[in-house]
Design a protein around this ligand. Structure first.
Ligand code: F6R
Ligand code: MG
Ligand code: MG
Length: 373
């Protein structure tokens, strides 16, 4: 059997500096130490630790497949160690996303977000990893549609015969706990009918239709459904494979020339404009936002992230680029406009989406005071 490589990105809010702002260095150092040891012990082949706002991100490349208990346990233990440190430092929200006490073989459903993709390496394998803060998994529905189904975004859909058969989308209904696969362009309208409802229908995987080659894999977590109450937004991660019969890196990044509105921002309760930023600006401020998005590029090579001569993984920080300045400006213009509306819809999420916030407590308190009209 051909050699298979797995890319795992597992993230968790274990506590942050100055409110829900940023993961400080001592926590990143703990993650780096643990993953370095795992690499020395040959559990993983390479890794890159980073943060997007208050989320600690563990990017790992290995040969153990998806949902591997040892890889998930490594992530779980690392988050526990970092949360302990956060507790000692009295950081804010220490252990926030660690919703269960015990690890039982798979980190899914315990709080952290997971995206994984097992691939058979092509001759050259460019990968883009997206990670966002102060928003939720459905935020990737729009760009995924543009990248893999919109010929006005992805020239390859028109020009490259290798893409002519289109792409298949797996959509998860997070309310019903069901999933469906829809093929584009044939079922494009049905796909859009679902994934426009970003809080309920979430694109979890994309394959090239003609040969079922895996092209994208995203996290689909609903922390509120695990915890039964609001504990923060799900801050999604996603892995996308690029080039040579798949969308080019430039086509994968093109949807982010403009901002668009996503659910999240302050108290996970508002529509906010997503802001594509480089790692150095992946830190939320205004109204706990605007929601930030990072895109990192790398090459997968022989089961690892391609490294430089000193053994350091080579990482491209795509949004650290003036080309995305107009999108960032556009985001701030929209942010200012939305905040002028305060707590009025549609700046605030609809009442259904507020089910797991503290809003129901306010309504409950007033219940007895309502009289018939
Ligand atoms: C959003 C988020 C923040 C908090 C807000 C209130 O995902 O994490 O916007 O909801 O800062 O936080 P608490 O209730 O911890 O004071
Ligand atoms: Mg937090
Ligand atoms: Mg976060």
């Amino acid at each position: 059997m051909a050699k298979r490589t797995t890319i795992s990105i597992i993230k968790c809010d274990v506590g942050s500096l100055a409110g829900h702002h940023v993961v400080p260095k001592p926590l990143l150092d703990i993650a780096d130490r643990n993953l370095r040891r795992a690499k020395e012990e040959e559990l993983i082949n390479s890794y890159y630790v980073f943060n997007v706002g208050d989320d600690l991100q563990l990017l790992m490349v290995h040969e153990r497949g998806e949902s591997n208990p040892e890889i998930h346990e490594l992530a779980w233990n690392t988050f526990q160690d970092a949360a302990q440190k956060a507790l000692k430092l009295k950081l804010y929200g220490a252990g926030q996303d660690l919703l269960k006490n015990a690890f039982s073989g798979n980190i899914r459903g315990l709080g952290p977000g997971v995206a994984e993709m097992e691939i058979e390496e092509r001759k050259s394998e460019p990968i883009v990893v997206f990670a966002a803060d102060k928003t939720s998994a459905g935020s990737f529905n729009l760009p995924l549609f543009r990248i893999f189904a919109d010929p006005m975004n992805t020239a390859g859909l028109v020009i490259d015969p290798n893409m002519a058969g289109g792409f298949k989308f797996e959509v998860v209904d997070v309310q019903e706990g069901k999933k469906v696969v829809l093929k584009c362009p044939d079922e494009m309208y049905e796909l859009l009918a679902l994934i426009g409802t970003v809080e309920r229908y979430i694109v979890s995987r994309v394959w090239r239709a003609r040969d079922d080659l895996i092209c994208a894999s995203g996290s689909v977590t609903k922390l509120s459904l695990i915890a039964g109450k609001y504990v923060g937004k799900d801050d999604p991660v996603m892995i996308v494979r690029a080039q040579h019969g798949l969308p080019a890196v430039g086509e994968i990044l093109a949807p982010f020339m403009h901002t668009y509105l996503v659910a999240g921002w302050m108290r996970g309760s508002h529509w906010g404009p997503i802001m594509p930023v480089g790692l150095k600006h992946a830190r939320c401020t205004v109204f706990d936002g605007p929601p930030r998005l990072v895109a990192l590029g790398f090459q997968v090579s022989d089961g690892a992230i391609a490294s430089d001569d000193d053994g350091n993984p080579m990482i491209a920080d795509f949004f650290d680029d003036p080309a995305f300045e107009p999108a960032r400006r556009e985001a701030m213009t929209l942010a200012a406009m939305l905040r002028r509306m305060g707590e009025f819809e549609p700046a605030r999420l609809s009442v259904e989406s507020m089910e797991y916030t503290t809003l129901p407590q306010v309504i409950e308190k007033l219940k007895e005071r309502f009289t018939p009209i």
